[in-house]
Structures are given as structure tokens and as C-alpha cells.
Design a binder for this molecule. Structure first.
Ligand code: PLP
Length: 406
């Protein structure tokens, strides 16, 4: 038995014996990454367009990011939020530069960011109700949304496969149709505190909110004194060619949730709140032990530095034009298998005519890692610095799999 076989067997055995069974995983053990590629324990190389589900914004082990994290790890890693640390202040300043005047709270994941946002919604509702709790607390979300696996996140995620087994959920959520403004408007009443949606639904199958819809939601929120809260956990941090996906629509949110790409692979989440939403949290109302550590913030600062120095927003915007055209051509060439291509920048969903697992497996065998999403979608989430050649390579691998399955 070779060394690589021993490693593989051992890892598979360890997972079987000791790792809880809440994921169905392929038989693949990844051991190394560099740029847009990862390698498994047998030395096989993959083009990684899953990027840890939109997390590795700079690809794997970008030297600038690695140096920043190594430097910080040797200096100061964690102090808790009982004390200030310089990196947290600086990262907050940089995020305010992107999001607009406001303030930031740091946490550790997308679900945790969303929990904080839901608490902001409740506080805003209580303010509207003259300081009384339990009167104005409804949050209107979108059907087919995904906001995370915590109780608040699940309650805002109206999908049977997510909620089943965990009821009763948190009360006070209602659901309109994405891109149907009238369906949201019809749900607004005196108990409503906020509207909370993903700017581009990710797990639900890559469904962008249209600019017209976002502008309409902004107006509804202004007219009814509701917070407009946008979940940019997956679509934010440059993935669409703007720092935040809602910038394409020219709207502003009252509060924003971020995570995934922000740390470039190091866990960090954040809430930005502006205007009246920035005044809701008072000392003692919300917190987290790990949020905004010097190390997590150093990782995120390195991500922002590289996005800015390497011009990655413009890179995504520019290179995605040719890439999308090539992907759309697949729908033309293989109409029986590919029903359409949608998304923005480096967040793309390929709508298949049948269930994706056989395609995902075949793509993996052909050297491309791409996750699924709801509604028979294959998602492509390249690192923001993927080259034109790597983007073209993804299309060729997809084409080869479609030919083989035709
Ligand atoms: N919100 C959105 C839009 C997401 O895509 C996800 C994760 O996929 C989450 C929230 C939850 O984030 P996390 O898995 O970091 O808790």
C-alpha cells in the first residue's frame, strides 16, 4: 500500500468513525491548494471553482495573504472583544469605505451575521412600537432563500429540506416571491420591522434580485419605516465585480451581512449598519467571544488589499463577459442538457435539465470542482483572481462532460 493510499484510507476511516454524518461527501480528500487549484491525497489536480463555497476569494494560499496571516499569528491572535485591537478598527474603517457611512460588528460566519441582523430587525421594530417588544417584529424574506442553519437563519429559510426536523422555529417570518414587489408589499402591516433578502440567492439556485425589485424594496422600506437588510454573505466581497452585489442596482441597504469571501478562507463574518440601524445595539445587547480577532481581521485586511492592488473587481467584471458568453454557448450547443445560464460576475448557475449529482461527479473526474445548488443547478464560483485561461478551461471541461453525457 502506497503512502497516499494509507492517508486516504485513514482519513476515510476517521470520518466514518468519528465525524458526524450531517454531510454526504464524495470520496475525495484534499491536501494542498495553490491559486485556482487543489490536489487530493493521490496527487490528482483539480480546478477549484467551488472555492470552499465562495470563500477562497484569492484562491488558495495567495502569498500576500499567507504572509499577513503568518505575521499576525506571531504577534497577537486573540484578545476577545473586552479589549480593542488595531486590526478590527482598521477593517471596520475599510468596510465602511465600501458600504457607506455606518459601523461594523464582527462575528465568525454567515449564519452568525444573519442572527445579528435579525436581532437588529427586532430592535428596530421595538423602537417603532415605542420601545415595546413583541408588537412589531415581522421580517419579510423571499421564498427559496437561504440564510443559514441557526434557528433564526433556518426560520428565514423557507425550505422543507432545511427546516424539517427542527420545528418549532422562530416566529415572525413571512415570505414573498423574489422579484415580485407586489407580493412583498402585500405582506407589510403594522407588525413589520424589516425586509431581509439575499441580493443574489445562492444556495437556492443563483437567482439575482433585479435592480427594479431592489429599488422597489428600498422605496417600500422608506415608506413604511422598515429596515432593508441585505444578505451579501455569498454574493458580496467582489464576487459579482462590485464589492457588494446590490451596488449594481444603485441602492443602499440599512444593514448588510457579510462572511465567506471576507476572510479569504479564515472564518470571519460581519454586519454593517448605517443610519438609524447603527444606533440600535447598546453595550451588552449582542456579542461574541471570537468575533474580530486580530488574526481574522488581518486575513480580511489582506483580502481587501489584494482585491484593491490587483484590481480584482475590474478583473471579474471584464473577464466574466467572455466567460458568460462561452457558458451560454453551452446552452445553445446542448439544449437537451443545459436549460440556461444565469448569475453575475463570478457567481454563475448552470440550469440543467436533470439532477446535477451525475454531472458534478463527472466534472470532478474531469478535473473541475463545482458545487450544486437548488433546482438542478451547477454553481461556478471561481476565485476572484482566476485567469482567463482558467475560466476558459472550466468551459472546456463542462463541454467534455456534456459531450460524454449527450
Ligand atoms: N447566507 C447566505 C446567502 C449563504 O449563502 C450562507 C451559506 O451558504 C449563509 C448565509 C450561511 O453562512 P455560514 O455557512 O457561514 O453560516
Amino acid at each position: 500500500m502506497s503512502l497516499s493510499e494509507i492517508t486516504r484510507t485513514t482519513t476515510a476511516d476517521l470520518y466514518d468513525a468519528y465525524v458526524l454524518k450531517n454531510y454526504g461527501r464524495p470520496a475525495l480528500t484534499l491536501v494542498r491548494g495553490s491559486g485556482s487549484h487543489v490536489w487530493d491525497d493521490q496527487g490528482r489536480q483539480f480546478l477549484d471553482f467551488s472555492t470552499g463555497i465562495a470563500v477562497n476569494a484569492l484562491g488558495h494560499c495567495h502569498p500576500y495573504w499567507v504572509a499577513a496571516v503568518q505575521r499576525q499569528a506571531g504577534e497577537l491572535i486573540h484578545v476577545s472583544n473586552l479589549f480593542r485591537n488595531p486590526n478590527q478598527g482598521e477593517l471596520a474603517r475599510r468596510l465602511v469605505g465600501y458600504a457607506g457611512p455606518g459601523q461594523v460588528f464582527f462575528c465568525n460566519s454567515g449564519a452568525e451575521a444573519n442572527e445579528g441582523l435579525l436581532k437588529l430587525a427586532r430592535l428596530h421594530g421595538a423602537t417603532k412600537a415605542g420601545g415595546q417588544e413583541g408588537i412589531c417584529y415581522k421580517v419579510i424574506c423571499a421564498k427559496n432563500a437561504f440564510h443559514g442553519r441557526t434557528f433564526g437563519g433556518m426560520s428565514a429559510t423557507p425550505q422543507e429540506k432545511i427546516q424539517k426536523g427542527f420545528r418549532p422555529l422562530v416566529s415572525g417570518f413571512a415570505f414573498g416571491e423574489l422579484n415580485n414587489l407586489a407580493s412583498f408589499e402585500a405582506l407589510i402591516d403594522d407588525t413589520t420591522a424589516a425586509i431581509f433578502i439575499e441580493t443574489i440567492q445562492g444556495e437556492g439556485g443563483v437567482h439575482p434580485a433585479t435592480s427594479e425589485f431592489l429599488i422597489g424594496l428600498r422605496k417600500l422600506c422608506n415608506d413604511h419605516n422598515l429596515l432593508l437588510i441585505l444578505d451579501e454573505v455569498q454574493c458580496g466581497i467582489g464576487r459579482t465585480g462590485k464589492f457588494f452585489a446590490f451596488e449594481h442596482a444603485g441602492v443602499r441597504a440599512d444593514a448588510i451581512g457579510m462572511a465567506k469571501g471576507l476572510g479569504g478562507g479564515f472564518p470571519i463574518g460581519a454586519i454593517w449598519a448605517g443610519g438609524k440601524a447603527a444606533e440600535l445595539f447598546q453595550p451588552g445587547m449582542h456579542g461574541t467571544t471570537f468575533g474580530g480577532t486580530p488574526l481574522a481581521c488581518a486575513a480580511a485586511l489582506a483580502v481587501l488589499d489584494v482585491i484593491e492592488r490587483e484590481g480584482l473587481l475590474a478583473h471579474v467584471e471584464k473577464t466574466s463577459v467572455v466567460w458568460h458568453a462561452a457558458l451560454r454557448q453551452l446552452a445553445v450547443d446542448f439544449p437537451a442538457q443545459v436549460l440556461g445560464v444565469r448569475g453575475r460576475g463570478f457567481m454563475v448557475g448552470i440550469q440543467l435539465a436533470s439532477e446535477p449529482p451525475p454531472y458534478v461527479a463527472a466534472l470532478r473526474e474531469a478535473g473541475l470542482l463545482a458545487p450544486m445548488a437548488g433546482g438542478n443547478i451547477i454553481r461556478l464560483l471561481p476565485p476572484l483572481n482566476a485567469t482567463e485561461e482558467e475560466l476558459a478551461c472550466s468551459v472546456e471541461i463542462l463541454r467534455s462532460v456534456l459531450v460524454a453525457k449527450a
